[in-house]
Design a binder for this molecule. Sequence first.
Ligand SMILES: NC(=O)c1ccc[n+]([C@@H]2O[C@H](COP(=O)([O-])OP(=O)(O)OC[C@H]3O[C@@H](n4cnc5c(N)ncnc54)[C@H](OP(=O)(O)O)[C@@H]3O)[C@@H](O)[C@H]2O)c1
Length: 225
Amino acid sequence: MNVVITGANRGVGLGLLRHYLAAGHQAWACVRSDSKELARLKSDSLHLVRWDVREAAPSGGAPLPERVDLLINNAGIWSADGGETAQGLEDVTDRTMQEVFDVDCIGPLRVVQHLLPALLKARGVIVNVSSQMGSSADNTSGGSYAYRAAKAALVITTKSMAIDLAPRGVRAIAVHPGWVRTDMGGPDARIDVDTSVAGLVKVFEAVSSYPLGAFVAYDGTQIPF
Ligand SMILES: NC(=O)c1ccc[n+]([C@@H]2O[C@H](COP(=O)([O-])OP(=O)(O)OC[C@H]3O[C@@H](n4cnc5c(N)ncnc54)[C@H](OP(=O)(O)O)[C@@H]3O)[C@@H](O)[C@H]2O)c1
Protein backbone atom coordinates (compact mmCIF):
# COMPACT_ATOMS: atom_id res chain seq x y z
CA MET A 1 0.00 0.00 0.00
CA ASN A 2 1.21 3.56 -0.72
CA VAL A 3 0.64 5.76 2.33
CA VAL A 4 1.15 9.55 2.43
CA ILE A 5 1.31 11.27 5.84
CA THR A 6 1.64 14.99 6.48
CA GLY A 7 3.33 16.30 9.64
CA ALA A 8 5.21 13.01 9.91
CA ASN A 9 8.32 14.27 11.75
CA ARG A 10 6.87 14.11 15.28
CA GLY A 11 3.83 13.31 17.40
CA VAL A 12 0.92 11.29 16.00
CA GLY A 13 2.21 11.62 12.41
CA LEU A 14 5.56 10.05 13.31
CA GLY A 15 3.74 7.26 15.16
CA LEU A 16 1.62 6.54 12.08
CA LEU A 17 4.72 6.61 9.87
CA ARG A 18 6.47 4.08 12.12
CA HIS A 19 3.41 1.83 12.07
CA TYR A 20 3.05 1.74 8.28
CA LEU A 21 6.79 1.20 7.70
CA ALA A 22 6.84 -1.66 10.23
CA ALA A 23 3.82 -3.19 8.51
CA GLY A 24 5.75 -3.30 5.21
CA HIS A 25 4.08 -0.46 3.33
CA GLN A 26 5.63 2.30 1.21
CA ALA A 27 5.36 5.57 3.14
CA TRP A 28 5.75 9.17 1.99
CA ALA A 29 6.57 11.34 5.01
CA CYS A 30 5.61 14.93 4.20
CA VAL A 31 7.42 17.33 6.53
CA ARG A 32 8.19 21.00 6.76
CA SER A 33 11.09 20.44 9.18
CA ASP A 34 13.41 17.62 10.27
CA SER A 35 13.57 15.76 13.56
CA LYS A 36 16.08 13.42 15.18
CA GLU A 37 13.46 10.66 15.32
CA LEU A 38 12.78 10.93 11.60
CA ALA A 39 16.51 10.96 10.79
CA ARG A 40 16.89 7.71 12.77
CA LEU A 41 14.29 5.89 10.66
CA LYS A 42 16.24 3.93 8.07
CA SER A 43 14.09 2.19 5.52
CA ASP A 44 14.06 1.77 1.75
CA SER A 45 10.28 2.15 1.99
CA LEU A 46 10.53 5.67 3.45
CA HIS A 47 10.25 8.58 1.00
CA LEU A 48 10.89 12.04 2.43
CA VAL A 49 8.90 14.92 0.93
CA ARG A 50 9.38 18.56 1.86
CA TRP A 51 5.88 20.03 2.15
CA ASP A 52 4.60 22.92 4.22
CA VAL A 53 0.83 22.49 3.81
CA ARG A 54 0.40 26.24 3.53
CA GLU A 55 1.75 25.65 0.02
CA ALA A 56 -0.22 23.98 -2.78
CA ALA A 57 2.56 21.54 -3.63
CA PRO A 58 5.78 20.11 -2.15
CA SER A 59 8.89 22.25 -2.40
CA GLY A 60 11.29 19.32 -2.78
CA GLY A 61 12.31 15.83 -1.72
CA ALA A 62 11.10 12.54 -3.15
CA PRO A 63 8.47 12.55 -5.88
CA LEU A 64 4.97 11.68 -4.69
CA PRO A 65 3.57 8.32 -5.83
CA GLU A 66 1.32 7.95 -8.86
CA ARG A 67 -1.16 5.93 -6.77
CA VAL A 68 -2.13 6.85 -3.20
CA ASP A 69 -4.01 4.17 -1.26
CA LEU A 70 -4.10 6.09 2.02
CA LEU A 71 -3.63 9.82 2.58
CA ILE A 72 -3.43 10.94 6.20
CA ASN A 73 -3.77 14.71 6.57
CA ASN A 74 -2.28 14.83 10.06
CA ALA A 75 -0.35 18.14 10.06
CA GLY A 76 -2.02 20.64 12.35
CA ILE A 77 -1.38 23.51 14.73
CA TRP A 78 -3.02 24.94 17.81
CA SER A 79 -1.51 28.28 16.90
CA ALA A 80 1.29 29.56 14.69
CA ASP A 81 3.57 30.09 17.70
CA GLY A 82 3.07 26.56 18.99
CA GLY A 83 0.62 27.20 21.78
CA GLU A 84 1.11 30.53 23.51
CA THR A 85 -1.38 32.54 21.48
CA ALA A 86 -4.57 33.41 23.35
CA GLN A 87 -7.80 32.22 21.75
CA GLY A 88 -10.40 33.72 24.07
CA LEU A 89 -13.34 35.83 22.89
CA GLU A 90 -11.70 39.11 23.81
CA ASP A 91 -8.14 38.39 22.74
CA VAL A 92 -8.21 36.13 19.68
CA THR A 93 -7.00 38.10 16.65
CA ASP A 94 -7.88 38.04 12.95
CA ARG A 95 -4.36 36.86 12.33
CA THR A 96 -4.60 33.87 14.68
CA MET A 97 -7.98 32.86 13.20
CA GLN A 98 -6.50 33.02 9.69
CA GLU A 99 -3.19 31.29 10.49
CA VAL A 100 -4.86 28.32 12.18
CA PHE A 101 -7.50 28.02 9.44
CA ASP A 102 -4.79 28.10 6.78
CA VAL A 103 -3.01 25.06 8.23
CA ASP A 104 -5.82 23.05 9.86
CA CYS A 105 -8.55 23.37 7.24
CA ILE A 106 -7.15 24.69 3.96
CA GLY A 107 -3.96 22.60 4.38
CA PRO A 108 -5.77 19.23 4.04
CA LEU A 109 -7.87 20.60 1.18
CA ARG A 110 -4.74 21.69 -0.70
CA VAL A 111 -3.12 18.29 -0.18
CA VAL A 112 -6.22 16.47 -1.44
CA GLN A 113 -6.43 18.74 -4.50
CA HIS A 114 -2.79 18.05 -5.34
CA LEU A 115 -3.07 14.28 -4.81
CA LEU A 116 -6.53 13.77 -6.30
CA PRO A 117 -5.40 12.02 -9.53
CA ALA A 118 -3.27 9.61 -7.46
CA LEU A 119 -6.13 8.99 -5.01
CA LEU A 120 -8.56 8.34 -7.86
CA LYS A 121 -6.14 5.95 -9.55
CA ALA A 122 -5.89 3.83 -6.39
CA ARG A 123 -9.53 4.34 -5.29
CA GLY A 124 -7.85 5.39 -2.06
CA VAL A 125 -8.88 6.62 1.38
CA ILE A 126 -8.54 10.19 2.71
CA VAL A 127 -8.17 10.64 6.46
CA ASN A 128 -8.41 14.17 7.82
CA VAL A 129 -7.19 14.48 11.40
CA SER A 130 -9.55 16.86 13.15
CA SER A 131 -10.21 17.10 16.89
CA GLN A 132 -13.13 16.53 19.22
CA MET A 133 -12.72 20.26 19.88
CA GLY A 134 -14.16 20.75 16.39
CA SER A 135 -17.47 19.18 17.44
CA SER A 136 -20.20 21.73 18.21
CA ALA A 137 -22.17 19.01 20.01
CA ASP A 138 -19.20 18.41 22.31
CA ASN A 139 -18.41 22.08 22.99
CA THR A 140 -19.36 22.67 26.61
CA SER A 141 -16.49 24.95 27.62
CA GLY A 142 -16.38 27.61 24.86
CA GLY A 143 -13.19 29.50 23.99
CA SER A 144 -10.41 28.17 21.72
CA TYR A 145 -11.95 30.10 18.82
CA ALA A 146 -9.31 29.55 16.17
CA TYR A 147 -8.65 25.86 16.80
CA ARG A 148 -12.32 24.87 17.27
CA ALA A 149 -13.42 26.75 14.16
CA ALA A 150 -10.68 25.36 11.94
CA LYS A 151 -11.18 21.77 13.10
CA ALA A 152 -14.99 22.08 12.74
CA ALA A 153 -14.48 23.40 9.21
CA LEU A 154 -12.26 20.42 8.48
CA VAL A 155 -15.06 18.04 9.52
CA ILE A 156 -17.56 19.63 7.14
CA THR A 157 -14.92 19.79 4.41
CA THR A 158 -14.37 16.06 4.89
CA LYS A 159 -18.09 15.40 4.53
CA SER A 160 -18.15 17.22 1.19
CA MET A 161 -15.10 15.28 0.02
CA ALA A 162 -16.78 12.03 1.04
CA ILE A 163 -19.96 12.86 -0.88
CA ASP A 164 -18.14 14.17 -3.94
CA LEU A 165 -15.66 11.32 -4.18
CA ALA A 166 -17.72 8.26 -3.20
CA PRO A 167 -19.08 7.82 -6.76
CA ARG A 168 -15.46 7.86 -7.95
CA GLY A 169 -14.37 5.16 -5.49
CA VAL A 170 -12.55 7.33 -2.92
CA ARG A 171 -13.62 7.34 0.76
CA ALA A 172 -13.03 10.25 3.16
CA ILE A 173 -13.27 10.26 6.94
CA ALA A 174 -12.49 12.74 9.73
CA VAL A 175 -10.88 11.39 12.88
CA HIS A 176 -10.08 12.46 16.44
CA PRO A 177 -6.81 10.89 17.64
CA GLY A 178 -7.71 11.18 21.34
CA TRP A 179 -5.99 13.46 23.82
CA VAL A 180 -2.46 12.31 23.07
CA ARG A 181 0.86 12.93 24.87
CA THR A 182 2.65 14.91 22.13
CA ASP A 183 4.02 18.45 21.93
CA MET A 184 0.45 19.60 21.21
CA GLY A 185 -1.37 17.37 23.70
CA GLY A 186 1.14 17.98 26.51
CA PRO A 187 2.45 15.62 29.20
CA ASP A 188 -0.88 15.31 31.05
CA ALA A 189 -2.79 13.97 28.04
CA ARG A 190 -4.74 10.73 28.48
CA ILE A 191 -3.10 8.37 26.00
CA ASP A 192 0.29 7.78 24.40
CA VAL A 193 1.03 7.91 20.68
CA ASP A 194 1.08 4.11 20.30
CA THR A 195 -2.42 3.78 21.77
CA SER A 196 -3.73 6.49 19.46
CA VAL A 197 -2.06 4.97 16.40
CA ALA A 198 -3.29 1.43 17.17
CA GLY A 199 -6.86 2.70 17.40
CA LEU A 200 -6.65 5.01 14.38
CA VAL A 201 -5.31 2.27 12.14
CA LYS A 202 -8.32 0.07 12.99
CA VAL A 203 -10.66 2.98 12.16
CA PHE A 204 -8.95 3.52 8.78
CA GLU A 205 -9.28 -0.20 7.98
CA ALA A 206 -13.01 -0.08 8.80
CA VAL A 207 -13.65 3.13 6.85
CA SER A 208 -16.37 1.63 4.68
CA SER A 209 -18.37 0.53 7.75
CA TYR A 210 -18.96 4.19 8.72
CA PRO A 211 -21.43 6.59 7.09
CA LEU A 212 -19.99 8.86 4.39
CA GLY A 213 -17.83 11.60 5.90
CA ALA A 214 -18.22 10.31 9.47
CA PHE A 215 -16.22 11.84 12.32
CA VAL A 216 -14.70 8.99 14.32
CA ALA A 217 -12.53 8.85 17.45
CA TYR A 218 -9.47 6.60 17.76
CA ASP A 219 -11.56 4.12 19.80
CA GLY A 220 -14.01 3.63 16.92
CA THR A 221 -16.89 5.68 18.35
CA GLN A 222 -18.59 8.22 16.10
CA ILE A 223 -18.49 11.87 17.24
CA PRO A 224 -21.61 13.97 16.64
CA PHE A 225 -20.72 17.26 14.98
N1 LIG B 1 -2.32 15.68 20.62
C1 LIG B 1 -3.62 15.77 20.84
O1 LIG B 1 -4.08 15.61 21.99
C2 LIG B 1 -4.57 16.02 19.70
C3 LIG B 1 -5.94 16.02 19.98
C4 LIG B 1 -6.85 16.24 18.94
C5 LIG B 1 -6.37 16.42 17.64
N2 LIG B 1 -5.04 16.45 17.40
C6 LIG B 1 -4.60 16.65 16.01
O2 LIG B 1 -3.75 15.57 15.63
C7 LIG B 1 -2.78 16.03 14.68
C8 LIG B 1 -1.39 15.67 15.16
O3 LIG B 1 -1.22 16.29 16.41
P1 LIG B 1 0.08 16.08 17.34
O4 LIG B 1 -0.41 16.02 18.72
O5 LIG B 1 0.94 15.01 16.79
O6 LIG B 1 0.76 17.52 17.15
P2 LIG B 1 2.27 17.98 17.21
O7 LIG B 1 3.07 17.04 18.06
O8 LIG B 1 2.24 19.41 17.56
O9 LIG B 1 2.75 17.80 15.68
C9 LIG B 1 2.15 18.58 14.69
C10 LIG B 1 2.73 18.17 13.35
O10 LIG B 1 2.13 18.99 12.33
C11 LIG B 1 3.19 19.56 11.57
N3 LIG B 1 2.82 20.84 10.97
C12 LIG B 1 2.34 21.95 11.58
N4 LIG B 1 2.15 22.94 10.70
C13 LIG B 1 2.52 22.44 9.49
C14 LIG B 1 2.57 22.96 8.19
N5 LIG B 1 2.21 24.24 7.91
N6 LIG B 1 2.99 22.17 7.18
C15 LIG B 1 3.36 20.89 7.42
N7 LIG B 1 3.37 20.33 8.64
C16 LIG B 1 2.95 21.10 9.67
C17 LIG B 1 4.33 19.73 12.55
O11 LIG B 1 5.54 19.95 11.87
P3 LIG B 1 6.73 20.87 12.51
O12 LIG B 1 7.54 19.95 13.39
O13 LIG B 1 7.48 21.35 11.32
O14 LIG B 1 6.08 21.96 13.30
C18 LIG B 1 4.24 18.39 13.27
O15 LIG B 1 4.81 17.37 12.49
C19 LIG B 1 -3.02 17.54 14.53
O16 LIG B 1 -3.81 17.78 13.40
C20 LIG B 1 -3.78 17.90 15.81
O17 LIG B 1 -4.56 19.05 15.66
C21 LIG B 1 -4.12 16.23 18.39
